[in-house]
Ligand binder design. Structure first.
Ligand SMILES: Nc1ncnc2c1ncn2[C@@H]1O[C@H](COP(=O)(O)OP(=O)(O)OP(=O)(O)O)[C@@H](O)[C@H]1O
Length: 258
């Protein structure tokens, strides 16, 4: 569905991404792990066609993102910002309806079909009851679900999520990640950036670990999440404990162990 090959990008003289390659199929949730400033957002901006001065290639459904116009790309890839994303005082329904503009064009008002798509998106995330509420008055967890609903209304098969659980309480983190995982189960190809190795192990199908702008490891969580990886990424010594037949792994900082 999405393929990134030998992607390198510099801001001016400053190299940020170096030779990044990975591919992602439908029905897969990929977590991108890496320390602050490693280039996760830069990778997303390249995939979204916002940065064009890269070398290598990025294709979605076999089409190079370089060759796709903004609308064509929006039909294939939806971006979900963090829940503190600023917004005017729109109702939840209108926010979600905005996701349909890639289908109608910005100047054509949404019709019945688009309204149906917005309702469906709210239903799929179980937040129909919020439809008439004002977006700015929602909690962070509710906002994140609204932003995901807006992306679903866009009807793009690839979802790019910028730290979907940032600023959320523990319960909302689990609720949002459970929904995200379920969306992958419905066939979306999802890439999320995250700073939480344990959650990426528990919820995702693949992990892409980045260091110094390069891919340090890429594969199934069981192959990727080790104490060595956590040390290489974050410079901290942890023990990685396996729980429940290795369905979960917990990172325990060595400094606080007896
Ligand atoms: N517009 C820009 N011009 C110059 N340098 C930039 C620009 N945007 C980001 N950078 C630099 O590129 C590097 C990668 O930034 P990026 O935002 O992609 O990292 P990130 O992995 O998303 O970080 P975080 O986890 O903190 O969100 C950083 O060193 C950053 O300072």
């Amino acid at each position: 569905m999405i393929e990134v090959q030998n992607l390198s990008f510099s801001y001016g003289e400053r190299p940020v991404l170096r030779d990044v390659s990975f591919a992602l199929d439908r029905g897969t949730l990929l977590s991108v792990l890496g320390p602050n400033g490693v280039g996760k957002s830069t990778l997303f901006r390249c995939i979204l066609g916002l940065l064009k001065g890269y070398t290598g290639s990025i294709t979605v459904d076999g089409r190079s993102v370089r060759d796709l116009g903004a609308r064509e790309l929006a039909k294939r890839v939806a971006y979900i910002p963090q829940s503190n994303y600023p917004a005017f005082n729109y109702s939840v329904f209108d926010m979600v309806l905005m996701g349909t503009t890639s289908q109608t064009g910005a100047l054509t008002p949404p019709g019945k079909k688009e309204e149906r798509a917005a309702h469906e998106a709210l239903e799929r995330l179980g937040i129909e009851a919020l439809a008439q509420r004002s977006y700015t008055q929602l909690s962070g967890g509710e906002r994140q679900l609204v932003l995901i609903a807006r992306a679903l209304a866009q009807r793009s098969p690839v979802l790019l999520m910028d730290e979907p659980t940032a600023n959320l309480d523990y319960g909302n983190q689990l609720r949002v990640l459970t929904k995200v995982r379920a969306l992958a189960g419905e066939g979306y190809a999802i890439i999320q950036s995250t700073h939480n190795p344990e959650q990426s192990y528990l919820f995702s199908h693949r992990i892409l670990a980045m260091r110094d702008g390069q891919v340090l490891a890429h594969g199934a969580p069981r192959e990727v999440l080790t104490a060595g990886l956590v040390r290489s990424l974050y410079g901290v010594d942890v023990e990685v404990e396996s729980l429940r037949g290795d369905q979960m792994r917990v990172c325990i900082p060595k400094d606080i162990l007896e």
